[in-house]
Design a protein around this ligand. Structure first.
Ligand code: ADP
Ligand code: MG
Length: 222
């Protein structure tokens, strides 16, 4: 084993995340947690799928020049993945921190930019919570790609924005119109419709319009 553990960073429903070093590099190790209520072989298949997905997408995004962790090792049999540790604090902590409102608005704008950069590569994140976004030097970086996927359908992009919208309104009602800053950043990054390998990636205006539609749909169903 080349990973030397220092401390536990996070214990989630799906994985336990360790901080440490891998061949001298600052790294994190994400270890899949067995879920006792599921049949063991089914559990293994689901967890493995998510981990393999995360590994594949990390390689793809890293090679595209996105500011994501580099994949260092993956072992599906033992259920772990090792990646470089990115500096930064979770957006969740930053928004709860003692910063001027204008600075918090900027974290949110940078978050929007980072999401759009991901979308421009035809990838949706699938789990955009404020602890899957790290802020470092006023820039946002996305992590946790277990549910990410290659996407060309407008709905998938809209849902990414809807997830962060719901989380911000539930957890940060103190920051008035938080999602609007995210959308500002999103729209400022690249508003073109882009021709991807498997279809067209929608313009940011179209994605934001879809978000409005999703909101209306959700309200109607409540
Ligand atoms: N590459 C990384 N660099 C720095 N911190 C990380 C990294 N990966 C995960 N973390 C930290 O560990 C937490 C949990 O990791 P995450 O990949 O989101 O696992 P989970 O699937 O359990 O949510 C993150 O919210 C973040 O604080
Ligand atoms: Mg996470």
């Amino acid at each position: 084993m080349d990973f030397l553990e220092d401390s536990v960073l996070h214990i989630g429903a799906e994985a336990k995340v360790w901080s440490g070093t891998f061949l001298g590099k600052q790294a994190i190790k994400k270890v899949r947690k067995p879920r006792s209520w599921r049949h063991p072989s089914l559990d293994h298949r689901l967890g493995t799928k998510r981990m393999l997905n995360e590994a594949k997408l990390l390689i793809r995004l890293f090679n595209s020049g996105l500011d994501v962790p580099a994949l260092l090792d993956v072992n599906l049999e033992d259920g772990y993945l090792i990646e470089t540790r990115l500096e930064g604090d979770e957006l969740k902590a930053k928004l709860a921190g003692d910063y001027e409102l204008e600075i918090k608005h900027n974290f949110l704008k940078e978050t929007g930019k980072a999401i759009r950069k991901l979308h421009c590569l035809a990838i949706t994140h699938g789990d955009l919570s404020t602890n899957n976004i790290l802020i470092h030097n006023q820039k946002a970086r996305l992590i946790d790609f277990g549910l990410a996927k290659v996407e060309y359908d407008l709905e998938g992009f809209g849902i990414d924005l809807h997830v962060i919208d719901e989380i911000l309104s539930a957890s940060n009602p103190d920051i008035d119109g938080a999602i609007d800053y995210v959308l500002q950043g999103y729209a400022s990054e690249n508003n073109q419709s882009i021709e991807g390998e498997g279809g067209n990636i929608p313009s940011s205006d179209d994605v934001i319009e879809r978000l409005e539609e999703i909101r209306t749909r959700v309200r109607y169903h409540d």
